[in-house]
Write a protein that binds this ligand. Sequence first.
Ligand code: BYC
Length: 312
Amino acid sequence: MHATEQELFDSKISQEIRIEPKDWMPEEYRKMLIRQMSQHAHSEIVGMLPEGNWITRAPSLRRKATLIAKVQDEAGHGLYLYSATETLGITRDETIEQLHAGKAKYSSIFNYPTLTWADIGAIGWLVDGAAIMNQVPLCRASYGPYARAMIRICKEESFHQRQGFEILLTLSRGSEAQREMCQDAINRWWWPSLMMFGPNDDASPNSQRSMQWKIKRFSNDELRQKFVDVCVDQAKVLHMDLPDKDLKWNPDSGHYDFGEINWDEFYEVLKGNGPCNHERLEARKKAHEEGRWVREAAAAYARKKNHNHALI
Ligand code: BYC
């Protein structure tokens, strides 16, 4: 008897064989991937904005050059991910349209403002650190184009995390005012970074299915816990505090216990009511409009080139 398409798909998933764009896949799997990958692509692109804010004000040429490179990397990540999402049968224009219409989500973290230079350090250390924790397992995601895109993205995120940590380390060894700026940035970015991992497992509607399909390999809470555990030791190197009075080593679990996340704040940010949601979306729409002529020129050039080839 022939195996059905569903059986073939299930057996590939169970044997860790990647699903590729032309393979049959359940419609729900396709939708789950489009949702997660397009949100991820949007996050990379919107994520350029808070940091881009500091390019003109970086404190030295070295810092400026590094920050420009980092922000450019984020653009590249967005492009790989939009391309990978297109292999699932949705166009880049459609996904971008969903973002601009306020229908598609992007990471809650990018709706917070970057008030001082130390925020650039805190983003690198905490936000990119959280991203790495979440994304390294995605290099083993069951969908081939997503997993392959994540390999390069993770390598670059690792450089981003180090540049952020080094900014904070420099500030933490500086003047009293610099140390205060460093602590203040950590205080403001710590809790939103923990929110990046998504709701607690019992309130995460997508996790279970996603893990069955081997898209996600760990639950939101598992990854959040790993992140807290590594950050506690790194904060000691910085001689900085993490703003959580409940943070305590638990010898029984072998992990750090930590305080309750403000989920009301998280869901408000998701609903569009965070400190910078409006500003971020407006900035994206303006950039998209202002870049229209570049897209049109590139498309016209490609058409002309194809036409000339046809004549040869
Ligand atoms: N922010 O069932 P759940 C970066 C949504 S970019 C906003 O647990 P899932 C970087 C979730 O979408 C960082 N929304 O969902 C870039 C779902 O809503 P829908 C981005 C969130 O998908 C520049 C609902 O809440 N990384 O690294 O199983 C500079 C229920 O959640 C958030 C990725 O996108 C959130 N924080 O798990 C620096 C990684 N959390 O769609 C750094 C890939 C949850 O049902 N994505 N929601 O309406 C993932 O790993 C997963 O999608 C998540 C959420 C862990 C984020």
